[in-house]
Design a protein around this ligand. Structure first.
Ligand code: AMP
Length: 509
């Protein structure tokens, strides 16, 4: 059975129930199922899409995004969501690597795609709300297949998504997720959120990322619930949607949490419909969690990556308040290990690399057997994240493995130093990275963005650590910058910081 059957079943159980609410329009399950079927017929008969073909989509969140995913599932085809924050040359790399037979695009991104048109070759070009000059309108495409059937050839083992990871180093890699991985992910997520058909799930995070698509949106459609879809995150609109559309569940990332909390509407927005808000994508600062807890909304972390679907470690509602900062326990159908550099399981309390195994994990990286072999061993995905379990068995994420600094044989976890820096009112943001050192191998260096108007020097930064952390962990140097380099997903690009501090050899104090 392919996963588009989820929608058909709910269309049979509750045809008039709203599957997706978008821009004032309510799409019932029966209507959504019919659109998927007709779109699948259009893909097959009008565009010649068959099993294994790749279709790219470059669009803000819209119902057709989800229709396209389920239509691909029916045909055994594969959707390649493109991150609209990337630049055209980055899209070109992905389109070339994935080898797409068709691309679906919002008007907003048309010019960008046309600027790299060569890489598309003779791939079909479909416009959401526009046509002409080689582009076919989405509406006309679907209309052309009216009354025609699409064969059902997709199944659980067929890849359904290639999601290119945001990549904090080098080129992006395409994680291949099968239909069955999405099912296991949905089951994990349903258990974590206690999702039921009466839930209303608010999605504003981008669906080009496994977070926006797989943590709550697809699981909600699997559960027969209603998805309240927004094109993208706009703080005022997200807060208004919470007040007016009364979602029971939503998903956040730290930058979104911060933007909401700092928005003038925050304190007067009624958040009482939310029984749970998920959060993840990077370490979630405790003060952001507490701001939501103070408003009675439990923040339930999800830990995982593109390669794990992502739902791997989850914090459930009953533990959210008392375990602030923890990512929780393994998802229902997911195994987790923490191992040392020799691959041996560490004892509770000790730090090591987190490994994930389960039906939700990718089958590999698209056309990259070498990277696949390095990341997946005996079914265990090596996350590159360092974490530990506390005495109750809850997991805490400490660091990226490659971010760890080894100085004179001692491990230094940048997060420990960054916590000290974050607490200083004169510092807007900061990160700590390694600089090669002839004596110690590596030494920690703090990269600091001072708060506007603050006057803080290197000596004052170094003084923050005295008496708080062991001397070998103290930063040997401080480099001041205007902002930290980040990738499109707002993750700090530490390799750029390492290059920066390696180039600034003269101590600033
Ligand atoms: P991506 O594949 O872009 O989703 O990035 C996955 C990475 O994000 C993981 O390997 C972690 O480093 C980080 N991450 C995701 N969720 C969490 C979380 N809840 N806490 C800490 N780090 C996280």
């Amino acid at each position: 059975m392919d996963i588009s059957a989820w929608i058909e079943r709910h269309a049979a159980y509750a045809p008039a129930k709203t599957a997706i609410a978008f821009a004032g329009r309510e799409i019932a399950y029966a209507e959504f199922a019919a659109e998927i079927e007709q779109l699948a017929a259009a893909l097959a008969h009008e565009l010649g899409i068959g099993r294994g073909a790749r279709i790219a989509i470059l669009a803000y969140n819209r119902p057709e995004y989800l229709a396209l995913l389920f239509a691909c599932a029916r045909l055994g085809a594969i959707l390649v969501p493109l991150n609209w924050r990337l630049a055209p040359p980055e899209h070109a790399y992905i389109l070339d690597n994935a080898g797409v037979a068709a691309v679906f695009c919002d008007a907003e991104f048309r010019a960008g795609l046309e600027s790299i048109g060569g890489v598309l070759g003779d791939a079909h070009r479909i416009g959401f709300g526009f046509s002409g000059s080689g582009w076919r309108g989405y509406g006309a495409l679907v209309e052309a297949a009216a009354g025609r059937d699409a064969s059902r050839v997709g199944g659980p083992d067929d890849p359904i998504l290639i999601v290119y990871t945001s990549g904090t180093t080098g080129h992006p890699k395409g994680a291949v997720l099968t239909q069955s991985a999405l099912l296991w992910n949905a089951i994990n997520s349903t258990a974590m959120h206690d999702l039921v058909s009466t839930d209303r799930v608010l999605t504003f995070l981008p669906m080009f990322h496994v977070g926006g698509l797989n943590i709550q949106t697809l699981p909600a459609l699997h559960a027969g619930a209603t998805v309240l879809l927004q094109p993208r995150f706009v703080p005022a609109e997200a807060l208004a949607a919470i007040a007016q559309q009364r979602p029971t569940v939503t998903l956040l990332v730290p930058a979104v949490m911060k933007a909401m909390i700092e928005h003038p509407d925050w304190s007067r927005t009624d958040l009482s419909s939310l029984r749970i808000a998920g959060a993840g994508s990077s370490i979630v600062p405790i003060e952001l969690i507490r701001a939501f807890h103070a408003r009675g909304v439990p923040i339930c972390q999800i830990y995982g990556s593109t390669e794990t679907g992502p739902t791997a470690i989850v914090l459930r509602r009953e533990d959210a308040m008392r375990k602030e900062g923890s990512t929780g326990t393994p998802a229902l159908h997911c195994e987790i290990r923490i191992v040392d550099d020799q691959g041996r399981d560490v004892s509770r309390g000790q730090r090591g690399e987190i490994l994930v195994r389960g039906g939700n994990v990718m089958t590999g990286y698209w056309r990259d057997p070498e990277a696949t072999a390095a990341a997946l061993k005996d079914g265990w995905f090596h996350t590159g994240d360092i974490g530990h379990q506390d005495e109750e068995g809850f997991y805490w994420i400490d660091e990226r493995k490659k971010d760890m600094i080894i100085s004179g044989g001692e491990n230094i976890y940048p997060a420990e130093l960054e916590t000290v820096l974050a607490a200083c009112p004169d510092i807007a943001e900061a990160a700590v990275v390694a600089r090669p050192d002839p004596k110690w191998g590596e030494v920690p260096v703090a990269v600091v963005v001072p708060r506007p108007g603050a006057s803080i020097d290197a000596a004052a930064v170094k003084a923050l650590f005295v008496g708080r952390l062991a001397k070998f962990k103290h930063p040997h140097d401080v480099v001041f910058v205007d902002s930290l380099p980040r990738n499109v997903m707002s993750k700090v690009l530490r390799y750029k910081l390492r290059e920066l501090v390696a180039g600034v050899q003269k101590p600033t104090a």
